[in-house]
Design a protein around this ligand. Sequence first.
Ligand code: GDP
Length: 358
Amino acid sequence: MKVVLIGVGQAGGKLTQRLVEFDANMDFNAVQGALAINSAKTDLQSLDLDTVLVGQDRVKGHGVGGDNELGAEVMQDDAGEVMNALDGRITARADALFVVAGLGGGTGSGGAPVLIHELQRIYEIPVYALGVLPGQGEGAMYQANAGRSLKTVIREADATLLIDNDAWHETGQSVGEAFENINQQIAQRVGLLLASGEAVEGVGESVVDSSEVINTLRSGGVAALGYASAGASEDSGENINTVTSNTRQAVLSNLSMPKATDADSALLVVAGDADRIPRKGVEKARRWLEGETGSLQVRGGDFPLDSERLASLVLLGGVERSPRMQEFMERAKEANKQETREEDPAEMFHNDEIDDLF
Ligand code: GDP
């Protein structure tokens, strides 16, 4: 799938950069163009990408802090400039646009939904969001911001691929180290997903096509991505269990939104040396995925790559009814109440969870 990536805010810019690097290192050529947008000048300066600074009149290049309403306003005010910068970058070859952002901050949280709305008005191709949710340990403001942002992003985007910052967090790491590690993992997984369907070698009927990625995301709402890999034998017949166990692991313990396994649609991509991919194993794993997700729309295909390992990449579409999503929205709602209370203590008398006496 040929895409143009637009990173908004600090996390959005860093992730976009990692994705561009991964795509170039692997020689995939799925990323056709990239742009980073921010209201904080210093965050843009550390990136090796073309950039647009928004909100200069209002915040003088210093960022919007954690104020996502201001983030939305500055994106709206400067939407014309952003659209001009994108003009020419989004060519007829692009199959989709991805707006990348951390949903818990200010610029990305507020700016991403506005930008997606503007892009939808102009471009015919799907506009997807790649959004990062704050981990449980991040403060109430991040949770509340992410809740509001997510609600709007889901409404505006054709689908929203979510990464929970707690999903690939290893214990004992500082936040900075953890972010770097998570970003690397996101770049690898999303990078592979974008590149699947772009394979030139071994084109055959079992090879996954980019339209299958788009069809899996067609159910809209929230999407999640899982991944696992293992060493493989040269004899494909011996790799049946490898493919099924990779697939199980990708979904059950390595999903970008842990436990978000009730899905409307799914795509299983088995990546590796074409001669090592067992047809029987792919079919068995696909059937297991049907049972696990409760979806009748489970697609499967190969991604031929020069590697001695086999990997299962699983894209799940329409997972928003999963318990994990509800858990997050509850967290965001609680945080929202807490935030309102902090702003104005009298607000505690205006909540509708305690009924008035008459
Ligand atoms: P903005 O610049 O105002 O859009 O704010 P940030 O991009 O810093 O957004 C803050 C949110 O993004 C926080 O809730 C963090 O969870 C997350 N975040 C910030 N930097 C990174 C990063 O490098 N990687 C990941 N995975 N998340 C990040």
